[in-house]
Write a protein that binds this ligand. Structure first.
Ligand SMILES: NC(=O)c1ccc[n+]([C@@H]2O[C@H](COP(=O)([O-])OP(=O)(O)OC[C@H]3O[C@@H](n4cnc5c(N)ncnc54)[C@H](O)[C@@H]3O)[C@@H](O)[C@H]2O)c1
Length: 249
C-alpha cells in the first residue's frame, strides 16, 4: 500500500532509540525525509545513519525537548534543510517509576516538562510551518497509563500522558480547518528500555494479563503512527488509538 507521503518531511523527538527510532525507520521506508531530535547525541547520530541507508535525507538536531530554545532550533534547522515540514511525531518521554508519595514537586515538574510541555511547544512550532501548506499531521505518544491510570507507571507520568490526550483533542478541533490532523497513540506494554527497567518478575506478571500474551514490539507501534501520519489517515483526527494487545485493565 502506497501511503502517499514520499517526499514529505517529518520531525521526530527522542528518535535515538525505542519507539522514536522505529518511527524514523518506518517513515524513511515510505520516503519521508527526517529532522531528528535526541538528547543523547550518540544514539541520535546512529539513527540518522540508519535512515540515510534507507535512501532518505536526515539531520540530527540534538537538544532537550523540554527547553523552548531547543524546540525552536529543531524546527528552524529542519526547515532550513528541507524547505517544508509536514509531519510531527511527539515521541520523547521519560517514565520514572515511583509511588506517588515519593514524587517531589521538582520531579513532577520535570516529567510534565519533558513529556507534556514539550508536546505543546513542538505542536505550536510545527503549526507555524504547517498552516500554509494545506496539509499536516501531528501524532503524539500517550500511554495506557494516561488512558487507564498507571499501576507500575507513576502519577506524574500518567498525568502527563492524560494531558497529551487533552491537547490532542483540543488541537484537532482548532487546526482542522488547515487540513492538519492531530492524533495520539496509547501504547500498552511495549518491549523497550523503558519496560526492561522493570524487574523480570514484574514483566512476567504484566505479560500474563495481556490477551495476546506478549509485549508489543516498537515496529507495531510505529506502523500505526506511520498510518496516522499518512494520506490513509486523512479523515482521522482527535483520536487516541489504543495499542494494548487486548488488555482491558
Ligand atoms: N515503552 C512502552 O511500553 C511505552 C508505553 C506507552 C507509551 N510510551 C511512550 O512512548 C515514547 C517512547 O518510549 P520508549 O519506550 O521508546 O522510550 P525510550 O526511553 O526507549 O526512548 C525515549 C527517547 O527519548 C529521549 N529523550 C528523553 N528525554 C528527552 C529530552 N528531554 N529531549 C530529547 N529527547 C529525550 C531518550 O534519550 C530516548 O532516546 C515515550 O513518550 C513513552 O512515554 C512507551
Amino acid at each position: 500500500m502506497d501511503l502517499g507521503i514520499k517526499g514529505k518531511v517529518a520531525v521526530i523527538t527522542g528518535a535515538g532509540r525505542g519507539i522514536g527510532r522505529a518511527c524514523a525507520v518506518s517513515l524513511a521506508k515510505e520516503g519521508v525525509h527526517l529532522g531528528l531530535n535526541e538528547l543523547d547525541t550518540e544514539s541520535g547520530k546512529q539513527a540518522v545513519e540508519e535512515v540515510k541507508a534507507l535512501g532518505v535525507d536526515a539531520i540530527l538536531v540534538p537538544g532537550d525537548i523540554s527547553k523552548e530554545e531547543d524546540v525552536i532550533e529543531l524546527f528552524k534547522k529542519t526547515y532550513e534543510r528541507f524547505g517544508h515540514i509536514d509531519i510531527l511525531i511527539n515521541n520523547a518521554g521519560i517514565s520514572p517509576k515511583l509511588p506517588f508519595y515519593e514524587i517531589t514537586a521538582e520531579m513532577f515538574d520535570k516529567v510534565i516538562n519533558v513529556n507534556l510541555k514539550s508536546n505543546f511547544m513542538c505542536s505550536k512550532e510545527a503549526f507555524k510551518y504547517m498552516k500554509d501548506n494545506g496539509w499536516g499531521r501531528i501524532v503524539s505518544l500517550s500511554s495506557l497509563a494516561g488512558v487507564m491510570g498507571g499501576i507500575k507507571s507513576a502519577a506524574h507520568y500518567s498525568a502527563s500522558k492524560a494531558g497529551i490526550i487533552g491537547i490532542t483533542k483540543t488541537l484537532a478541533k482548532q487546526v482542522g480547518q488547515y487540513n492538519i490532523t492531530v492524533n495520539c497513540v496509547a501504547p500498552g506494554r511495549i518491549d523497550t528500555a523503558m519496560t526492561r527497567m522493570l524487574p523480570e518478575s514484574v514483566q512476567a506478571e504484566l505479560v500474563a494479563q495481556i490477551p495476546l500474551k506478549r509485549f508489543g514490539q516498537v515496529e507495531e507501534v510505529a506502523k500505526v503512527i506511520t498510518f496516522l501520519a499518512s494520506d490513509g489517515g486523512s479523515y482521522i483526527t482527535g483520536t487516541c488509538v489504543e495499542i494494548f494487545g487486548g488488555y482491558t485493565g
